[in-house]
Unconditional design. Structure first.
Length: 417
């Protein structure tokens, strides 16, 4: 019994997913725990315990260590400074930094001989631990961030002296060099736009007392033809309308599919009840027609309170067709076809055949059909429950992701590589 129960649980998709998540969390826990706690302190050639420093310019680091002195054991946080340069190395380090500094600040410019875009006056040379402080001899054409002041620039170029103070701890070296600064390059369109703006500004100033602005009829000696630009906001309405129409079509189609899905689910749910009622009436001695009419009449009386049910509505249509003189067997078969579900087609065919061959054995057939219908209904209920569980997995996964981030992120940030 216990073994069957375990097998049933193992086959459930919900438990399988839960097991996978639990196994993944355990694996992550083991990996992080081993990474954090199985590291050993390195030793040098003399067998002394050592801690690795960060390289030049990589910043200080820290390590959480346990130390045992005699019988006492303490936990202590050890700060490890980055590796520093020896004094005899500094001159060479400053020299190399000066050589690369002029290239590092170029930004979008090709060389310092023709600077037409902002320079990148960096405050630190990455990977060296050297900070940089700047001074200029002309702040009218460039600021300390390297941004050009374009209104003060000319096409003849302006020579600017840059002084970079390279600082490492208490040591310092100064590197001086020059940059020739020009106005940014402009394409013909930009030049024309600038000329237009100047002409319009002049025209506006000249006609301030008038009721209207006179647009210039010539720009740089060429005739100017003015007109309003094409306003494209109408396209927005067209796009919104097309999008709205598409949304309505899609939503209507989706609504129809959902409606049909609900209809079929409702009919499958009602089928066992219909079969049981029919079997009960036949067992009480009623004819097939009388049993059919009794179920349909009973539904009509309760319809206002209970609401419409498709399978029963079709039974009423069939009843009216029979009352109108249509062949009874054919009506039952058409009922199954209209319901468009295999179990109803089977039910209609069963009734039609028994009318032709006689009603002997129909009670036994209906009892077997009722058992099968009850099993189908149980399977449907189980399936609906699994679908509901699957839908609930989405918020569960989101919550699990949040928990993983809260738990794992601090652990990874504290890992010392």
């Amino acid at each position: 019994m216990c073994g069957k129960r375990i097998k049933k649980i193992m086959k459930n998709p919900l438990y399988i997913r839960a097991g996978i998540i639990a196994a993944a969390s355990v694996a992550c826990f083991i990996a992080v725990f081993l990474w954090d706690n199985l590291k050993e302190i390195d030793t040098d050639e003399a067998g002394r315990k050592i801690l690795q420093r960060n390289g030049h310019g990589q910043g200080d680091s820290s390590a959480q260590l346990k130390v045992k002195v005699g019988e006492r054991e303490e936990e202590i946080s050890v700060n490890i400074s980055e590796q520093a340069y020896a004094e005899e190395e500094l001159e060479e380090v400053f020299q190399k930094a000066s050589e690369i500094l002029e290239k590092l600040i170029l930004g979008e410019n090709g060389s310092l001989e023709e600077v037409r875009a902002d320079l990148d006056l960096i405050s630190e040379i990455t990977g060296t631990g050297i900070s940089v402080s700047w001074e200029l001899d002309n702040y009218e054409v460039m600021d300390l961030q390297g941004n050009l002041i374009t209104e003060n620039l000319t096409e003849d170029g302006t020579l600017v002296k840059l002084s970079a103070a390279l600082i490492y701890g208490e040591h310092q070296a100064v590197h001086e060099f020059y940059a020739k600064v020009y106005p940014p390059k402009r394409d013909p369109g930009e030049k024309m736009t600038e000329e237009l703006e100047k002409e319009i500004a002049a025209a506006d100033e000249a006609t301030k007392t008038e009721e209207y602005l006179v647009l210039p009829d010539q720009i740089d000696g060429e005739e100017a033809d003015w007109d309003h630009t094409t306003n494209t906001r109408a396209f927005g309405i067209l796009i919104l309308g097309a999008g709205g129409a598409a949304m309505i079509c899609v939503s209507k189609d989706q609504s129809q599919k959902e409606k049909e899905k609900r209809r079929l689910r409702q009919m499958r749910t009602d089928y066992p009840q219909i079969i049981n009622k029919f079997n009960l009436y036949i067992g009480a001695g009623m004819t097939i027609r009388r049993a059919w009419f009794s179920i349909a009449d009973d539904y009509e009386k309760k319809r206002e309170k209970a609401g419409k049910r498709t399978a029963y509505e079709e039974m009423i249509c069939t009843m009216h067709a029979i009352q109108g003189g249509a062949p009874e067997g054919e009506c039952y078969e058409k009922y199954g076809i209209r319901c468009s579900i295999s179990c109803y087609r089977k039910f209609g065919t069963l009734l039609s055949q028994n009318l032709r061959k006689g009603s002997k054995g129909i009670t036994e057939l209906l009892s077997r059909e009722a058992e099968e219908a009850f099993e189908d209904r149980k399977n449907l209920a189980k399936k609906l429950g699994e679908e509901a569980g699957t839908k609930m997995m989405i918020p569960m996964f989101i919550m699990l992701a949040v928990v993983f981030i809260i738990v794992m992120a601090p652990a990874f940030f504290t890992i010392q590589i």
